[in-house]
Design a protein around this ligand. Structure first.
Ligand code: C2E
Ligand code: MG
Ligand code: MG
Length: 397
């Protein structure tokens, strides 16, 4: 696709560098170029009602809203856009920002080390491809709240279970409950179709109870049949603001006859933790009662380290984007290795998600990760299928 038809947004605080970039783009044939002096101004252009932006070229260091924060907002806006990062920072740092940007689902054309030259720039611009309709997935596919309400009343929601296995001895260590909606017309729907609307519409707790009770009952059955497996359940941050949450979870799990130490609660780290005090109270109480606590999608959030020190986590779940890139890039491997190292030092169990290939498995084993979860082992399956699967499972040689 030719650059003439694209809308390029340049975010760069340095006047001379910004003008140089704009001039280079014009020289390459760009007809529509917008300029911004910091992240805030760039966001105004990006989120404003004007012509949609196709490519963003952003500096990382800018006063006020910097490039990283800008990328977070771009990611959260959930729109198809391609990004080129420009920076004078250390390549190792830039590469962790690259990982973060990808984790937000942004298409990254690449990073340019300053000074930007016409050659480096045109090389990256040439990689631009118009977004596939699939890229707009989550926001576009969310179901209307009334339909979700109907589905809840008709008991169409249930958890599937995805195995977790030890990278040390290959044994099955547990399974994660992942919500699914058996929609009468649309078939089996994944969480992106309903979690967001449920959180916004105040329905997420209803889902939590469905998943929690089924998971507790199943966990109890596994233990009764000699399968030493923990069951993991995802908790929405929205629920954590309810001061009685910890007590209610304990009561429901106890009613199913499962001891808390056999259940892990996964919480996705996020910048949008609004009521930190209440969330901390709930999490600490759950941990005191014996539940495992896992920090989910580790590495994609925004203040990972800070959260780790505040919440008494027992498990660190490394986001799949880190696993994917680590087998391709040395710098990503370094990030993965140091996350695992940190988990070890903090005495957290390290779980890697998104283990899709033999190469992922081998690398994680080599780096000393404890547990793996992903398509290489098994896809999420119906509750009833898990035990038979666990009996048949043979770890890779
Ligand atoms: P998550 O907790 O990080 O779960 C892992 C996601 O990665 C799941 O997507 C799983 O199906 C997918 N996955 C597993 N292995 C692989 C792999 O090898 N490759 C790839 N590409 N993906 C893999 P899923 O089921 O679509 O769930 C998406 C998210 O929805 C979950 O992310 C979790 O945050 C949320 N979620 C799921 N169930 C619940 C629930 O009951 N309550 C709440 N609050 N959130 C839930
Ligand atoms: Mg999870
Ligand atoms: Mg995750």
């Amino acid at each position: 696709m030719g650059i003439e038809t694209l809308h390029v947004l340049v975010a760069e605080d340095h006047d001379f560098q910004r003008r140089t970039l704009v001039r280079m783009l014009a020289g390459m044939g760009a007809k529509k170029v917008s300029e911004a002096v910091d992240g805030k101004a760039a966001l105004d252009v990006f989120a404003g009602g004007g012509t949609p932006v196709d490519i963003i070229i952003s500096d990382l260091e800018m006063p006020g809203m910097d490039g990283m924060e800008f990328m977070r907002h771009v990611g959260e806006a959930n729109r198809a856009v391609s990004v080129i990062l420009s920076s004078a920072l250390d390549p190792a740092l830039v590469s962790s920002v690259e990982a973060m940007t990808r984790a937000y689902g942004i298409t990254l054309l690449g990073a340019i080390e300053k000074p930007v030259t016409q050659e480096k720039l045109s090389h990256l611009i040439a990689k631009y491809a118009p977004p596939q309709p699939k890229a707009a997935r989550p926001a576009a596919a969310a179901m209307p709240i009334e339909e979700i309400r109907r589905g809840l009343a008709a008991r169409e929601f249930e958890p599937f279970f995805q195995p977790k296995v030890s990278l040390v001895d290959g044994s099955v260590t547990g399974a994660e409950a992942l919500a699914r909606w058996r929609h009468p017309e649309k078939g089996l729907l994944a969480p992106y179709a309903f979690i967001g609307p449920m959180e916004e519409g105040g329905l997420i707790d209803e889902l939590t109870w469905i998943v929690l009770e089924k998971s507790a009952a199943l966990g109890r059955d596994w233990l009764a049949r000699g399968l030493q497996a923990t069951v993991s359940v995802n908790l929405s941050l929205k629920s954590l603001t309810d001061p009685g949450l910890a007590e209610r979870i304990s009561a429901r799990v106890a009613a199913q006859g499962l001891a808390p130490k056999h259940m892990v609660l996964e919480i996705t780290e996020t910048a949008a933790m609004t009521d930190v005090a209440k969330a901390l109270e709930n999490l600490t109480r759950l941990r005191m009662k014996g539940f495992g606590l896992s920090i989910d999608d580790y590495g994609t959030g925004y203040s990972s380290m800070q959260q780790l020190s505040r919440v008494p986590f027992s498990e660190l779940k490394i986001d799949q984007s880190f696993v994917f890139s680590a087998t391709e890039k040395e710098s990503s491997k370094v990030i993965l290795a140091s996350s695992l190292d940190m988990a070890k030092k903090l005495k957290l169990k390290a779980v890697a998600e998104g283990v899709e290939t033999r190469a992922h498995w081998n690398l994680l084993q080599e780096l000393g990760c404890d547990v793996a979860q992903g398509y290489f082992i098994a896809k999420p399956m119906e509750a009833g299928a898990f035990q038979a699967w666990a009996l048949e499972w043979r770890p890779p040689e």
